[in-house]
Design a protein around this ligand. Structure first.
Ligand code: PXL
Length: 432
């Protein structure tokens, strides 16, 4: 996924385009940037601002759009009217989710937009936004409404929506003690809340809008994306680091599991003739947290790995809870063998079983025909029963478990391992 951040450069990397690139990278998306202005600032002081010329801005935008498929755009600092109009004239040609983060003032006091440009900001950029994400202060500034009640909050949101924004998310509201809330005006009106972390930091606003565009670009709704952004921002504030001498800079710890599974999926798709191993119900590849309790602790692919002719492709994204069946099999295995954290399902073929055994792998079978009726009738319990049945006498975890199907049930092999990489090693020996 390619995401574009249009905004200012912040040399401290706490905010602006540098911060957005960090956010995108932590989500495994590719970050593109076009710089509207160069700021000089650190964690204590805001220095100069120098906007770029419209010629170089247009040139940057053209170089991005002529080469990359852009899946989502975030607009941050735009500073003056010339920049606003240049951005508008390029973006109006595309129908890509656009988040407009109406940044006005930095935590350290710098003005990020000229007073004279506010009118054009409202005229050109608000109408092209899929979502606009002002904080309370910015929402008050744009709408002219002082937010001090639910009614005034709704009024401010409505005024901004009437300026042309499809959806409005007003962030950072303190509606309840010890909580921080966001007001989401999309298909419906919702208030979403999270625990408040009492700290002053640099970067949280940028984290919110950048993570939100990632979620929107995945096809998630505005409400789902706001929830995702709220959680992402909470985590990044929790992980804030005092890198300089002034305020802490937000930091989202990278989920290593995400990268390991992503890499392994990539390697899996490259195995010679791997399409021959994909079952009718397609393949999922999962990797769990250390002590998984439910499928929500298991990372899987939301749309599975699917066969497209003679190649295989990952469809959807890696998500906790992204797999049901293979994740359930893994959970059953992990309950007995705590160090097994990864699994993949492959098409049942006799020769695969023979090769697995020839390679010295421990292979177990269970018979779905023997599955008790009360289990069959209970949605989602067959796999758990099958895995438990196959390992009930095992002292060591098997490398693979298979069953030969039942009426209306496709036969299947599941390969298990400690990590996704260990599974790739097992499979590569056997199937290519
Ligand atoms: O957080 C808003 C923001 C956006 N862009 C740049 C900034 C800031 C805040 O400091 O410097 C370039």
């Amino acid at each position: 996924m390619n995401l574009l951040s249009i905004g200012g450069s912040d040399p401290s990397s706490g905010a602006g385009i540098q911060s957005d690139v960090k956010t995108f990278a932590s989500l495994n998306a590719y970050g593109l940037t076009t710089i509207t202005a160069i700021t000089s600032q650190n964690t204590s002081k805001f220095g100069m601002i120098q906007p770029v010329s419209k010629t170089i801005l247009k040139n940057q935008l053209d170089s991005i759009f002529s080469d990359f498929d852009v899946d989502g755009i975030k607009i941050g600092m735009v500073y003056n009217s010339e920049i606003i109009k240049t951005v508008f004239h390029t973006l109006k040609k595309y129908s890509i989710p656009i988040i407009v983060d109406p940044v006005i003032q930095s935590t350290t006091g710098g003005m990020l937009i000229q007073k004279s440009a506010v009118k054009d900001f409202k005229k050109f950029l608000i109408p092209i936004s899929t979502v606009i994400t002002p904080n309370k202060f910015e929402a008050e500034f744009i709408s002219g409404v002082k937010i001090n009640s639910k009614k005034s909050l709704q009024k401010a949101g409505k005024i901004i929506q009437e300026m042309g924004a499809k959806s409005v998310v007003i962030t950072g509201l303190e509606l309840k003690k010890n909580y921080i809330s966001d007001f989401v005006m999309a298909e419906n009106q919702d208030i979403i809340e999270n625990n408040k972390i009492k700290s002053i930091n640099h970067g949280s606003g940028c984290n919110y809008s950048a993570s939100m565009v990632f979620s929107l670009a995945q096809g998630k709704s505005v409400l789902e994306s706001a929830k995702f952004a709220q959680k992402f921002t909470f985590d990044s504030i929790k992980g804030a680091q005092k890198v300089g001498k002034g305020v802490a800079i937000t930091h989202k710890k990278i989920d290593q599991r995400y990268f390991e599974l992503s890499n392994a999926i990539n390697n899996f798709t490259k195995i010679k003739n791997i399409y021959q191993q994909i079952p009718e119900c397609q393949t999922n590849f999962v990797f769990s947290k250390k002590s998984p309790k439910s499928i929500k602790d298991v990372l899987g692919i939301s749309g599975r790995i699917v066969k497209t002719g003679k190649s295989v492709t990952k469809v959807g994204t890696l998500e906790y809870g992204g797999s049901k069946h293979v994740a359930t099999a893994l959970l059953a295995m992990n309950t007995k063998f705590h160090h097994i954290h990864s699994a993949i399902n492959l098409k049942f073929q006799k020769e695969t079983i023979v090769k697995l055994e020839k390679n010295g792998f421990n292979v177990k079978i269970y018979d779905r025909v023997k599955e008790p009726k009360y289990i069959k009738n209970k949605e989602g319990s067959s796999i758990k029963w099958g895995i438990n049945n196959a390992i009930k006498d095992s002292k060591e975890p098997p490398d693979a478990i298979f069953h030969k199907g039942d009426f209306g049930k496709e036969p299947m092999i599941i390969i298990f391992g400690t990590t996704p990489d260990s599974i790739i090693k097992k499979i590569s020996n056997v199937v290519s």
